[in-house]
Each structure stands twice: as C-alpha cells, then as structure tokens.
Design a protein around this ligand. Structure first.
Ligand code: UDP
Length: 418
C-alpha cells in the first residue's frame, strides 16, 4: 500500500490524518489476519522514525526519506514525488524480483508513485482516491480555497493509469466515471467499515461521568479534522440558533468539538473558538484535542447526537462509528453520507447548511427522547451492515480480479509479440 502524505501510525483527527489513515490501518491489519502480508510506504516526517515499523503482525510501515524530516503541506509534496517513488523502488530492489504482488495506492499523490512502480514491477495498480478535487471544488464552503489544477491533472492521470479504482460508494463511482472519464469496468464501489469490536453501545451516564459532563446535559458532538470543508461552524451556528429559540436550554446544552486544525483550517486555527465567543456560546462549547479511538467511544456514547455537517464527504467514518455506539447522526445530505446515514432511520439528513435548518434537525432528535431512542436502536442495526472484515473481503476479491486481468493482458501482449 502506498500512503505518501500521511501514515497509518499517526493519530487521526488533525492535520492530514483522518479517515484514510483509519482505512489503511484497518484494511491492512485485516488482510494480515488472513495471511496477506502488507507493507505500507509512507514519507518519513522525522529523523526519529525507524526505516521500518510494525503496525500489527504482518503489517510493516516503511518510512521513505523524501524531502525534509518534517511535515509538509500537500502542495509541497508534489515536489517530493520523485524522491518518494525512488525510495519505494529502492526498497523493492533489495528483494528478489516479484516480491510484491499488487500495489494499492491511497490518494492521488500515492497514485502517481504507484503508477511508476506498477510499470517497473509488472503488477496491477489498484487506486483509492478518498477525495476528488473536482467534487470538492464544486461544493466549497464560502471563502474556502479551491483545490489546485495540479491536483486535478494528477488525479486524471492516475484514473487513466490505474488498473482498478476503488470508490467508497456508487455516488463516488459515478463521479469517477462522469467527471474523470474512468472506465466503468475498472471502478468497484466498496463501502468502508467500522470497528464493531471497539465502537459498541454502552452506558451514556458512565460516558458522561468519564468526560465530566452533567448527567442531564443535552450533548451535541462533532469529531473530525477542523477545517471549513467539515463545517463544524454550522454546528456552532445551529446551537446558537437553538438557544435563541429556547433560552431555557442554556444551562444544559453542551457542544463537544473533538479534533484539531487541518487543511485550510490551519490558516486560522482559532477561528472556531472565536466563533463560539462571538455567538455567546463559549460556555456551552467544549473543545477537545484529537482523541484515540477508545476515548472517542465515550464521546459518541455521551452525545445525544453526532453532527456531520460537511460540505463534501466521500463517506464519513465518524457517522458510522457514532451509529455503532447507538448515537443518531445528523448529517449533511452530500457525497456518501446518505449511504452512511439512512434518513429518518438512524438519523436525519439536512439538505442545506442553513443554521436554522440545522437547529430544527438537532432539536428534532436531541429534545425528543422517544424519537432519539428509536433512531438510536436503528443506528446500531444499521452500523452492523458495515465492517472492516466485509470491506477487506471485497478488496481482496478486487485484488484477485485485477491480478487475473493484468496477467491475461500480459499474456495477450506476449502472444501478439510472438
Ligand atoms: N478520529 C479520531 N480522533 C479524533 C477525531 C477523529 O481518531 O479526535 C478519527 C475517526 O474515528 C474517524 C476518522 O478520524 O475514523 C475521520 O474519518 P472521517 O471519514 O469521518 O473523515 P475524514 O478524516 O476522512 O475526512
């Protein structure tokens, strides 16, 4: 697996670490459990990192020096593509030829490296985009910076070169075909999963105690990378609207924001805190730094609902994790979120980002215990339909198909040559 711009060893929820890190780490670990050894290549960001680290039995992470030993922005990473790819090729050259059977690249930067490695090694390239610039740019938050043209071109190249493309949903599969001219036969829609052993329903009051929250609070939670695209500001604006309509809730309402600045959010890391102050809800808003998965369980269990107000989301792992803990989700009706959250079953989809609409949806669930209980029970059932085991089954099937097709194409080319 190639994961150039972020390592599965990093804590998700800030900077470049998010759902993709969880995806790579969970699928690699699950593959290794089935005897498929995985090596994840990522760029070294510190001289303290060992050249090779074990993520789990059967999963190695290779830190490839490419540029300075420090985190680099995504725009700076394009200049390190050659160095990174050279490092990947050199690592392979230490082995007998034919050491790797298949390359799975994650995000377009890795796809660029994967494309060359595929040609050198004569193995198929499977690629997962995770997000697409054209889709992101079509749904930007007001004032947010669009993704650069270099990325659009780079993505188009990877889509044209990959032997197989994995999309999170059918919506994303269609985007690859319609916006990027992908070969429909090469695109496989495979939903991501959720760790059903970790994210389980549990005592709400125990979780609130663990977080120091009052038993009778009304808790609205957001977890994820803090950036305009994720729209945590919509949750704050909606919470303020809720309080305007129902001032009596002021002493009970708690808005939990879990995560750290990321992407264009790094330009103004204090913006969300300042917004809470300007809305007069600083007392109700509690910011928590990125939490490891086991601590997020308490956040999800403590919450009356989890909000996912993103402008775009190729899937939204947080939405599944919350549901697996029995917490209804209020999500924007964009991208893969309608797959992650069936409207009216385990949560609500909001077709706009208007704080008034959001305040209505939040109140509809958080202030009606009967309704919440119904959605909560359905949420657990819905989340059971997704698991990393299932995702990995489908990925391994896709790998087998890609390998078969690749070998057949090689044989045909050899016959033509004869
Ligand atoms: N996450 C985490 N700690 C945090 C916030 C988020 O571990 O404090 C994880 C979360 O559990 C989820 C991932 O980060 O698995 C975010 O994935 P999602 O698909 O929701 O968003 P993305 O980061 O891919 O945009």
């Amino acid at each position: 697996m190639l994961s150039l711009h972020t390592s599965p060893l990093e804590q998700p929820g800030t900077g470049d670490a998010g759902g993709m890190n969880v995806y790579v780490s969970q699928t690699a670990t699950e593959m290794a459990r089935r005897g498929v050894e995985v090596e994840v290549f990522t760029r070294a960001t510190s001289s303290d990192q060992p050249p090779v680290a074990e993520l789990a039995p059967g999963v190695l992470v290779r830190h490839i020096p490419a540029g300075p030993f420090e985190p680099l922005g995504r725009d700076e990473l394009t200049a390190q593509l050659c160095a990174f790819t050279a490092g990947v090729l050199r690592a392979e050259a230490f082995h007998e030829p034919g050491y790797y059977d298949l390359i799975h690249s994650h995000y377009w930067l890795s796809g660029q490296a994967g494309w060359l490695a595929r040609d050198r090694w004569g193995v198929p390239l499977v690629h997962t985009a995770h997000t697409l610039a054209k889709v992101k740019n079509a749904a930007l938050a007001e004032g947010d910076t669009p993704e650069p043209r270099t990325r659009v071109i780079g993505e188009e190249q990877v889509v044209a070169e990959a032997d197989c493309l994995v999309a999170n949903t059918r919506v994303e599969a269609r985007e690859l075909i319609e916006l990027y001219d992908a070969d429909p036969h090469a695109v496989h829609a495979i939903p991501p999963g959720v760790d059903l052993d970790r994210f389980t329903p549990g005592s709400r009051s125990a979780a609130r105690r663990a977080l120091g929250l009052p038993r009778d609070a009304i808790v609205l939670a957001f977890a994820g990378r803090i950036q305009p695209l994720k729209a945590p500001d919509v949750l704050l604006l909606a919470a303020a609207e809720m309080l305007r309509e129902r001032p009596e809730l002021a002493s009970r309402l708690v808005v939990l924001i879990v995560g750290g600045p990321s992407g264009t959010g790094l330009e103004q890391p204090q913006a969300l805190r300042e917004l809470a102050v300007s809305l007069g809800i600083e007392e109700q808003t509690r910011f928590m730094p990125p939490q490891p998965g086991r601590a997020l369980v308490d956040v999800y269990r403590a919450a009356d609902l989890v909000a996912v107000p993103s402008y775009n989301e190729s899937f939204g792992l947080v939405a599944l994790e919350a549901q697996a803990c029995g917490t209804p989700v209020i999500a924007a009706e964009v991208g893969g979120l309608p797959v992650a959250v069936p409207h009216g079953v385990s949560g609500l989809l909001v077709p706009s980002h208007d704080p008034k609409d959001w305040a209505g949806a939040l109140a509809n669930v958080a202030l009606r215990p009967g309704r919440r209980a119904e959605l909560s029970a359905n949420a657990v059932v819905h989340a059971q339909r997704f698991s990393w085991r299932r995702t990995t089954d489908r990925l391994l099937d896709t790998y087998a198909q890609a390998t078969g097709a690749f070998r057949r194409a090689l044989e045909q080319r050899a016959e033509v040559a004869v």
